[in-house]
Design a protein around this ligand. Sequence first.
Ligand SMILES: Nc1ncnc2c1ncn2[C@@H]1O[C@H](COP(=O)(O)OP(=O)(O)OP(=O)(O)O)[C@@H](O)[C@H]1O
Length: 577
Amino acid sequence: MIRLAKYMRPYLWPALFSILFVFFQSLANLYLPTLMSDIVDTGIVKGDLPYIYKMGGYMLLVTFVAGGLTVAANYLASKAASGFGRDVRNTMFAHVETFSLNEFDQVGTSSLITRTTNDIAQIEQVYMMILKMMTMAPLMLIGGIIMAVSKDSRLSLVLVVALPIMIISILLIAARALPLFKVIQKKMDRLNLILREELTGIRVIRSFNRTAHETERFDQANKDITQISIRINQFMSLAMPLMMLIMNLSTVAIVWFGGLRIDSGSIEVGDLMAFIQYAMQIMFSILMGIMMFIMIPRAQISAGRVNEVLDIVPVVKDGKTSASSAVSKQPASIEFREVTFSYPGAEAPAVSNISFTANQGETTAIIGGTGAGKSTLLNLIMRYFDAVSGEVLVRGVDVRKLPVESLRAQIGYVPQKSVLFTGTIADNIRYGNAQATDEEIREAARIAQAAEFISKMSAGYQSLITQGGKNVSGGQKQRLAIARALVRQAPIYLLDDSFSALDYRTDAHLRAELSRMTQNSAVIMVAQRVSTVLHADKIIVLDDGRIVGYGTHQELMETCDVYQEIVASQLKKEELA
Ligand SMILES: Nc1ncnc2c1ncn2[C@@H]1O[C@H](COP(=O)(O)OP(=O)(O)OP(=O)(O)O)[C@@H](O)[C@H]1O
């Protein structure tokens, strides 16, 4: 938690004022029993009505002031705590944005969500509680003891017996409950993971009639959390009656011994009443203190989980080349030199010994079976991962030497799985280039063969895309993703199996338009269909992470067995169809 303290600094003033107000509020609360004792001993016992009115009014005033201070202290504490929470969430999000896919896999998306929301909320709550209690508890304890002893020091012996019993019982309960807090955060991660999978995969779940199975899975995770929560609450619910019992027994003891002391004339009735109130304040302050000791380790666990994320150093780092000189004047080309790459934890490399050059003005296609390593090659150009050995050069510069932002600014990338964002169609295309004019957006959509279906939508380019692009078809989604990349007018285009959901006619139109538009760019196009790669300037055939063929369609038909097999299998399929 200490390490997160720097995020509390901007809200130091509200925090300090909150503590100050709590201080005065506690003083007021300590003063009230003495006023009451005066009313009883001087006003009631002596029958002095004006004194009762005067002191009663005074008590009311002190109560109002204490109330006002409580409201102000709470407001300032929540301002400080929520400001702190917001800043930590922002920092965490900004840090996670710098992660390569490596780090995402390391923590897991669901856990990242839990940590950014639930864990930070836990710390925020505890911080607020600390602001409120850190002065109140010691002040009430010390002030309460001083006042109680000043009223009757011998009667205070009751507290000498009661307080240790109280402290030991709470600590025993806390020791059992604390380890469960760590478990509950882990269970929360799991619940989020299942929920996320179920919400994103709802169509698959329904199509395979697995709703009951998934409900069961969710129910199980939910039950796990419930069980732990119940166990924690069992301890907690044991704590409250136990505390009340100790407090009530202490009151009985105070009244018993106090009665004897009134008899002997050592204490007055009003003082005894005040003594009881001070005893209660002392016990409550101890309760508050122990609550803090329970809550702080809980927040500590959450802080540990947050720090764990903030401590991750992304393996993909910005290159040293300054952003201004990063954009090379060299022709737009991509070169792989003896590149080998293994995913973290994988036994075999995903791609081995890859060397090829994709030149400006050319379309280089990559074809191969599933899992052959096609997307991996594009991942290495985008620097989602870095090569284990060898070099990837973009415009003659090793990508590791470039600032990641400058590198990606030169690339129009269409991922294998199209992702759209909530907003209009125009917003989604403009995502590729914030400065794009309406005309440029229309042109990109036209080339991507999206203009026709957009014009048929009621609001055209202003039509809304719902969450995850669920209100457009797979092929339409792909075309919008292509338009988004094209609107960048980038020197390099990477298309990862981006035509897979298009019919043959649209695929052919798109390729024709694309080759016209990308005459001055280097294009790398991953594809499964032979018809898509047929006219590419060069075709790379990948098999099990290795290049097994390189050349034009004609050349490969003569030299590459794997390519011939792919062509033969697809032709058969088409013939059969
Ligand atoms: N994030 C990852 N972590 C670990 N292994 C991965 C990861 N992504 C891919 N792989 C593995 O690397 C290999 C190459 O995967 P890649 O996605 O590059 O194949 P691909 O040729 O694009 O396949 P497809 O055509 O099915 O998309 C596969 O064996 C795959 O299991």
